[in-house]
Design a protein around this ligand. Structure first.
Ligand code: MSP
Length: 484
């Protein structure tokens, strides 16, 4: 049997120290869009998400809740799964770094890297922000505080094992040169390369002052640095029997704040372990809320219930990917979401479906020879363009293009005065156009598209577009998007 193309997409694994918010949803929806799209094209897809459960940060938060770390994370995982269900995210595996298979795998890798001589014992003395789970140098600090959290930073002095990161500096630079698409958007690439050129220091990869982590197999007094543990989730998830073919990952989707971990530490760990490197890392920007940083301390967090409550799951999904180019920062506001819900989803798509289905109920459809169909000229172009845009992660442009096509269809109803002519042939063409728009929109707004497909009686798949629309008895669609 011919080998099917494969597509492996991952999201960061999130710290389950609170319920998920819009920032977590953003990457996970993007992965869902890509997974749906590649499945559409017949690829064998693996979509991985999950939670990053070890480390001091989780241990501290658990303590505040009077729970053991295990009890605490166990109480939060259902919240993540419920949230992803509300947003219709169809992941294939939800990995937890406390999963036994992952823990065992990380220990095997540690042993391997240790045996190779890339890990040695020493003393770490320096700064560590537990909120970031990251090391800082004196130079990085702002008035003695963490540059990200602006909170007072811990000074650590403890026995630690180090990973020989410095050894990989040249090989990393060579890898970036040979794989110019590894880091994108490209404007994030130069920063990484310049910093790597400045030199890499060996990395402290174990802690001995707390217990909530994976013990080093060669020294059980230490637990491994949480990022070493976490990054390997992407690979360990593919060590299942029929998942092996998915490595290397086709794309790791991440936020811009964790580029360094994914484009320096991660490839260096893999090089040391002798594992092939992932193909791409794509970093998106950050959402602010009414122009302010989304932060728990200031009380500006949009959790998934709130996000979905505004206008429903599909409108939230649509808004996040239509409003700003994937990669750039953007500002979230309820007003902006409601405006797009009303003006684009309700007035354009909703209206088109409601008008055409009402007219089709009244007059019926009559098949037009597929080759002669007017909307046919659009079909192959639109599919090709949308496909290219989605595969370049230009989701806003893909949506824009589909909506330009929806505008054309609305204009057509208007120009041809279908409500006067009752032309069954025109209605057939319009329904064929709706089918095209719906199928292409499905990765973005699946719930709505499934409703439209029922009204017009077509299947949601790309190959459906090669066949004439089946003429069925159509009933006027219920309202797809209630205006707010
Ligand atoms: N656990 C690490 C990731 C390990 S991956 C091997 C982590 N977790 S996190 O929960 O703090 O953040 C996860 C992601 O959420 C990051 O990619 C981050 O960029 C993203 N976001 C957090 N707040 C965000 C916004 N306000 N806007 C967009 N994304 C944001 O980091």
């Amino acid at each position: 049997m011919a080998n099917k193309n494969k597509f492996y997409v991952t999201t960061p694994i999130y710290y389950p120290n609170d319920i998920p918010h819009i920032g977590h949803a953003y990457t996970t929806i993007a992965a869902d869009i890509l997974a749906r799209w590649y499945r559409f094209k017949g690829y064998d897809v693996f979509f991985l998400t999950g939670t990053d459960e070890h480390g001091k940060k989780i241990e501290n938060t658990a303590k505040k809740h009077n729970k053991t770390p295990r009890e605490f994370v166990d109480s939060l995982i259902p919240k993540f799964k419920e949230a992803w269900k509300k947003l219709n995210l169809n992941y294939d595996r939800f990995i937890r770094t406390t999963d036994k298979d992952h823990e065992k795998f990380v220990q095997e890798i540690l042993q391997k890297v240790y045996d190779k001589g890339d890990i040695y014992k020493g003393h770490y003395e320096g700064y560590y922000c537990t909120e970031c789970e990251a090391y800082y140098t004196e130079k990085d600090l702002e008035n003695g505080c963490c540059p990200v959290h602006k909170t007072k930073i811990e000074k650590l002095k403890e026995e630690s094992y180090f990973f020989k990161l410095s050894k990989y500096q040249n090989r990393l630079l060579e890898f970036y040169r040979e794989n110019p698409d590894f880091i994108s958007p490209s404007y994030r690439k130069d920063e990484v390369i310049n910093r790597v050129k400045e030199g890499l220091k060996d990395l402290s990869i174990s802690r001995s002052s707390f217990k909530w982590g994976i013990p080093l197999p060669f020294d059980k007094k230490h637990v491994v640095y949480v990022w070493f543990d976490a990054l390997f989730n992407y690979y360990s998830a593919t060590r299942d029997k029929n998942k092996e073919k998915f490595w290397p990952a086709d794309v790791h989707l991440i936020g811009k704040d964790i580029v360094w971990f994914h484009t320096v530490y991660w490839p260096a760990f893999l090089l040391s372990a002798g594992i092939e490197l992932p193909k791409r890392v794509f970093a998106h920007g950050w959402w602010t809320f009414n122009k302010e940083k989304i932060s728990k301390s200031k009380g500006k967090v949009i959790n998934i219930d709130e996000l979905v409550r505004i206008a429903g799951s599909d409108s939230a999904r649509y808004f996040l990917f239509r409003h700003i180019p994937f990669g750039e920062d953007g500002d979230f506001s309820e007003n902006a979401l409601v405006e797009r819900h009303n003006n684009e989803l309700a007035n354009k798509l909703g209206n088109l479906v409601s008008r055409v289905s009402a007219l089709a109920e009244k007059y019926g459809l009559k098949e037009v020879n597929f080759k002669k169909i007017n909307v046919d000229i659009h079909i192959s172009n639109v599919v090709r363009d949308v496909s290219e845009l989605i595969e370049r992660f230009e989701f806003d442009k893909a949506l824009n293009l589909i909506f330009a096509f929806i505008d054309t269809l609305n204009q057509w109803v208007q120009d041809k005065k279908i409500w006067e002519t009752g032309s069954k042939e025109d209605l057939f063409e319009l329904a064929t156009g709706i089918r095209l728009a719906t199928i292409l929109l499905w990765p973005f707004i699946p719930e709505t598209c499934e409703r439209i497909s029922k009204t017009f009686g077509f299947k949601i798949s790309l190959s459906e577009l090669e066949k004439p629309l089946k003429v069925i008895k159509i009933k006027k669609s219920e309202i797809l998007f209630k205006k707010i």
